[in-house]
Design a protein around this ligand. Structure first.
Ligand code: FAD
Length: 496
């Protein structure tokens, strides 16, 4: 078995590049500035099966201590300009933005003050451009991608973990100062009339608004789709863990580790992993604290969760990582790609339910933070003090604000990326990312952050093809025609 030392190549000193060797890592990073509560930092919990899977997460549900402006059932009329269903990142960001223009907003969620459960990662430049960099609780100056045992790519693009508490507090503070009302309930039902929509909550309260926005996440049943939802799925098992030691360099976030040497003694796991591969995503906080996530980038049908966990056990064992305490764990299932919602429809959507999830990566948070102000502008144009555009024209404008033609077309392209990834086995995936991260950083960064135009995406594809190895070109030529034809058909439909 490998030990914690000796599995990773040394730190690079400069820009994006690739190394092809194996030598000991440098534990050179300064201490991170976050210190999550770790009750049993030095008390080792032993695991019955020799794996971390039977360790219970130590963290308890957390609530923010914040003075919100609550909806009072005695208030009459129970009518708002906008009701937002859900106080996740998407709902609160839209509430913050739209209320900033004096629009009357009510946000309904069963637990508006609960801490969000997921660990979110974003590229630092994405949050910088949104003025949200103070909401990252840890950043890494570089990221790295292990293609295989011999090839590691170092990416000169800083990565950050979203401080859930910081981001939620900031959004709530802005909502509070803009007069957003909150109602603690679950929405059961929606009804639409010509110029008004209403919601019915599980406490019997009925509220009305000119516009209802669905920000209730992936599992929403409020948003309609007019085609069957043939998603791909990202599935991952993540733990924030206290460990004896780990082999990760502290100034690098591991975006993807596609190595499979840990499968040496696991023939069953290896066979399946070579068909539907998983990678490790790792955020090292200090030499004993790390967030680790075994991830299937995309699968259809969904890869078994137990299989993902078993692969993670084998990988950690091989890396010599002994988990002492699981502080938090998360099951990550993200529907990706598939059709976008029907446009327009009487309920507006934002976040996980609105089709904005990156079809090839599952990233959503930074994009939602960037799109909410655009949707807010469209809402304000209709419901602001000078204009009173409601009903169908309102729905039309807000949906087209989120999904203008160019964005619909680029989404088709990103979905083509997902369909291509679905067809690649481990070796094909490795070859793909080997060529992808060799592209000009403008293109690979733009692709991952959904900010390339259609023309740039076409250029990216041609560059990828010309940079690719011969086996990779063979993969593209043999596996991509069907998704390509589908994409062309969908692009034609969008532009008609
Ligand atoms: C485990 C996990 C990890 C992820 N990691 C990343 C990442 O690192 N980076 C990234 O960019 N994306 C990530 N994603 C994808 C995506 O960013 C998140 O899913 C994100 O939480 C979506 O935000 P949202 O506000 O749309 O939905 P959610 O965060 O799901 O919030 C929805 C809110 O609506 C409420 N709600 C639901 N139903 C109702 C109802 N009927 N009435 C009232 N309220 C309701 C819920 O209680 C919740 O508060 C991750 C997803 C998961 C599941």
């Amino acid at each position: 078995m490998a030990t914690c030392l000796g599995l990773f190549p040394p730190s690079p000193a400069g820009k994006t590049f690739q190394l092809n060797h194996k030598s000991p890592p440098l534990f050179s990073s300064p201490k991170p500035h976050i210190t999550p509560s770790r009750k049993s930092r030095y008390g080792i919990q032993s695991s019955k099966f020799g794996s971390f899977l039977d360790l219970k997460p130590e963290s308890k549900p957390e609530f923010l201590d914040f003075d919100l402006s609550w909806f009072d059932p005695a208030d009459r009329p129970r009518c708002f300009d906008v009701i937002i269903i859900g106080a996740g990142p998407a709902g609160l960001r839209l509430a913050e933005q739209v209320s900033g223009y004096g629009i009357k907003v009510c946000c309904v969620d069963p637990s508006p003050l609960s801490m969000w459960p997921n660990n979110y990662g974003v590229w630092v430049d994405e949050f910088e451009s949104l003025g949200l960099v103070d909401c990252l609780d840890k950043t890494w100056p570089m990221t790295c991608v292990h293609i295989d045992d011999d090839t590691t790519k170092y990416l000169d693009r800083p990565y950050g973990r979203v401080g859930r508490k910081e981001l939620k507090t900031k959004l709530l503070e802005n909502c509070a100062s803009n007069g957003v009302r909150f109602h603690k309930a679950k929405v059961l039902n929606l009804e639409h009339k010509e110029f008004e929509s209403s919601i019915v909550c599980d406490d019997g309260i009925e509220l009305k608004a000119s516009l209802v926005v669905d920000a209730s996440g992936f599992a929403s049943t409020f948003t309609e789709y007019d085609k069957p939802r043939n998603h791909g799925y990202q599935i991952a098992h993540g733990i924030l863990a206290e460990v004896d030691c780990h082999p990760f360099d502290l100034d690098k976030m591991v975006l993807m580790d596609w190595r499979d040497s840990h499968m040496g003694n696991e023939p069953y796991l290896r066979a399946n992993n070579s068909k539907i591969p998983t990678f490790l995503y790792a955020m090292p906080f200090d030499s004993n604290l790390v967030f680790l996530e075994e991830t299937s980038l995309v699968s259809r049908p969904l890869l078994s969760y137990m299989e993902v966990k078993n692969r993670m056990v084998a990988r950690l064992r091989h890396l010599g990582i002994r988990v002492k305490t699981v502080i938090e764990n998360e099951k990550c299932v993200i529907p990706m790609g598939g059709p976008r919602p029907k446009i327009p429809q009487s309920v507006m959507a934002i976040g996980g339910t609105s089709g904005v999830v990156h079809p090839s990566t599952g990233y959503t948070v930074a994009r939602t933070m960037a799109l909410a102000p655009i949707v807010a502008d469209a809402i304000v144009e209709c419901l602001g003090s000078t204009r009173m555009i409601r009903g169908r024209p309102l729905h039309h404008r807000v949906w087209n604000g989120l999904w203008p033609l160019e964005r619909r077309c680029t989404r088709e392209f990103y979905s083509f990326g997902m369909e291509t990834l679905l067809k690649l086995d481990l070796n094909g995936t490795r070859r793909f990312f080997d060529a992808f991260f060799d592209l000009d950083p403008y293109y690979w960064q733009g692709f991952l952050s959904s900010r390339l135009s259609l023309r740039e995406l076409l250029f990216l594809s041609l560059s990828l093809f010309s940079n690719a190895s011969n086996p990779s070109r063979f993969d593209i030529v043999t596996k991509c025609p069907v998704p390509l034809v589908k994409m062309m058909g969908n692009l034609a439909l969008e532009t008609i």
